[in-house]
Ligand binder design. Structure first.
Ligand SMILES: C=C(O[C@H]1C=CC=C(C(=O)O)[C@@H]1O)C(=O)O
Length: 413
């Protein structure tokens, strides 16, 4: 049973977040922080057991399903375990005077009293000035980083595969490294992400086996709200946001229109598989995500009118990985990427977000885009581009450069 505790010590909401993160890292536990799009509050979920966070199955989104934070890789392999952080400790900066602690959780017998002691005895200000936090580091090696020529060859090979009918669309991607600026502080960087990208889902996840990841993604994968709505979106097509121009003035090429239409068609095919016809489709319209524009179609199902209690869970299983990060047809595109992409995407283009948090019936899962992985002295950034028969290697490289700048902006000295 989770019980609300009154916060036992002093400290502002950001200081309290830091105290909880410091506790998690000190005990080598998994922790996640996030800020929903267009919201102010930052939420935190901490698990008392790293082992309990290791799950194989895609999480269920029904209100009766366990509460926690999902962190899933692009591809299910032994290297990057799918994680579901049980909500053993939950903190919300909107109610900084409270802390939810599950006293029955695995590990709570020793860790719940240790947490109370930690919050009592370690003043937030002392921890702020204390030694740097020991963030989890992925046990996997740093991924291969394709230089421009190699990425251009991948784009050409993908276009050839589209040309010969092997696939309709492929989303190729790459990793790039950026040194950490002096005195880089991941918690401050997370705060900076939330300020820069108010409409994105901003996250900071640190867990044994996965490492530490920060990001600001624009893409909802599956969302169930407490007022009974299921939402997903088809997001694709990219162009730079020109200074002084409004997103609504953007003109799209046929290539991007087709690329996004394929993603929308994929979402509709998932509804069809579930024999669900009663959905509301809006768009495509142009939306801004940091310095770039995308085409987006929104899909909403009113779960109060359509009696389909497992829709969120079923759609999540069908949607991931969407054609916005893999391609079409799905399996052929994934096979192509496995063979030719040449690096491990790890958690980039996987999905992440709170399930049944802060209340049962509220789940917000996003595609892990515009993100980076934190290593001791560098950040590994990731970006991909949807390819069609008309893709040009130089343009696609430039598009990845632009997308890398979203999360990369917080790494500037
Ligand atoms: C794969 C990424 O973006 C996807 C989402 C929006 C637009 C996309 C595009 O235009 O290619 C991608 O499908 C990425 O940001 O790494």
């Amino acid at each position: 049973m989770s019980s609300p505790l009154t916060w036992p010590g002093p400290g502002s909401a950001p200081e309290r977040l830091r105290q909880l993160v410091a506790f998690a890292l000190h005990h080598r536990l998994p922790v996640a922080l996030w800020r929903l799009p267009n919201a102010d509050a930052v939420q935190l979920c901490l698990s008392f057991s790293a082992e309990a966070a290791l799950i194989g199955l895609t999480p269920a989104l029904e209100p009766t399903a366990p509460a926690g934070f999902a962190f899933f890789p692009f591809r299910d392999t032994d290297h990057n375990p799918p994680l579901f952080l049980p909500a053993d400790v939950v903190f919300d900066t909107e109610h900084p005077e409270l802390l939810q602690v599950n006293e029955d959780a695995e590990g709570a017998d020793t860790l719940a009293p240790a947490l109370r002691e930690w919050l009592h005895s370690a003043p937030a200000s002392a921890q702020q000035a204390g030694p740097a936090l020991a963030w989890h580091v992925s046990p996997q090696p740093v991924p291969h980083m394709a230089p421009q020529q190699e990425y251009a060859a991948l784009v050409q090979r993908s276009v050839a595969a589209i040309g010969n009918g092997e696939v309709l669309k492929v989303v190729s991607s790459r990793a790039a490294s950026q040194p950490l600026p002096p005195h880089f502080d991941a918690l401050n960087a997370f705060g900076e992400l939330t300020r820069r990208y108010p409409t994105a889902f901003c996250s900071l996840v640190s867990a044994p086996g996965a490492g530490t990841w920060l990001g600001a993604t624009p893409e909802i994968l599956a969302q169930v709200t407490q007022d009974g709505k299921f939402c997903t979106m088809a997001l694709a097509g990219t162009q730079p946001l020109e200074p002084g121009h409004k997103p609504s003035e953007a003109i799209w090429r046929q290539k991007e229109i087709e690329e996004q239409a394929l993603v929308a068609r994929y979402v509709v095919s998932c509804f069809k598989q579930l024999r669900l016809r009663d959905y509301q489709e809006t768009g495509p319209r142009t939306v801004a995500a940091g310095e770039v524009l995308h085409l987006r179609t929104d899909f909403i199902v009113d779960l109060r009118k359509v009696p389909f209690p497992t829709l969120g869970t079923d759609m999540l299983r069908l949607l991931h990985p969407t054609s916005a990060v893999g391609g079409m047809p799905r399996q052929a595109a994934l096979d192509f990427l496995e063979k030719h992409e040449g690096y491990d995407r790890a958690y980039y283009s996987g999905f992440l977000g709170p399930v049944n948090l802060p209340q049962p019936g509220a789940s917000h899962l996003f595609v892990n885009l515009r993100c980076f992985q934190l290593r001791p002295t560098e950040a590994i950034l990731y970006a991909g581009t949807g390819l069609t028969i008309d893709s040009d290697p130089t343009r696609e490289w430039q598009e990845t450069e632009l997308k890398l700048r979203t999360a990369g902006a917080i790494l500037q000295k």
